[in-house]
Ligand binder design. Structure first.
Ligand SMILES: [Zn+2]
Length: 155
């Protein structure tokens, strides 16, 4: 049985293949709204198997844990954290904490995982699978400092 991309209002309702994606959980990919607040979502979840496959490739290549600052965000959460109105996080994207990862290895692993668009921040790397009409990915820097920090790893 195959599942298509689908939005779930609660991550608990989504199908999750723990053998296919052993190093991730749906809860860490779901919206991080406070679960007990009536004003926010109940862990909205964007089920995208291709995206999860890509994350697993990254994780397997690195052989080290990936910590996600943010993945899917419901519209309210996205606005609350100051995300762009058309942020890919309202579908699915991941902000991977740099932690102790080698930036170049992290970036290479993400490319190997099929990620095409990158946002470079001081403490994390945004990744998603968007491709522009010309076939290239998006790329941006959060600040001049982030550009300086990352430039050496971009070939
Ligand atoms: Zn939410």
């Amino acid at each position: 049985m195959t599942f298509q991309i689908r939005l779930f209002s609660r991550w608990q309702d989504a199908p999750w293949d723990r053998h296919r994606w052993p190093n991730f959980t749906p809860s860490e990919l779901a919206c991080r709204c406070p679960i007990d607040s009536p004003h926010y979502c109940r862990g909205e979840f964007y089920y995208d198997p291709d995206f999860f496959d890509g994350l697993q490739v990254v994780r397997s290549r690195l052989g080290a844990p990936l910590r996600m600052n943010s993945a899917h965000r419901c519209a309210l959460r996205n606005a609350y954290v100051g995300g762009a109105a058309l942020s890919q996080h309202k579908l699915i994207a991941a902000d991977l904490a740099l932690d102790d990862h080698n930036p170049r290895e992290l970036l290479d692993a993400c490319k190997a995982g099929g990620f095409t668009s990158f946002g470079f921040y001081r403490t994390f790397l945004h990744i998603d699978q968007r491709i522009k009409p010309d076939g290239s990915g998006r790329r941006w820097f959060s600040s001049p400092e982030a550009r300086k920090q990352w430039t050496q790893f971009l070939t």
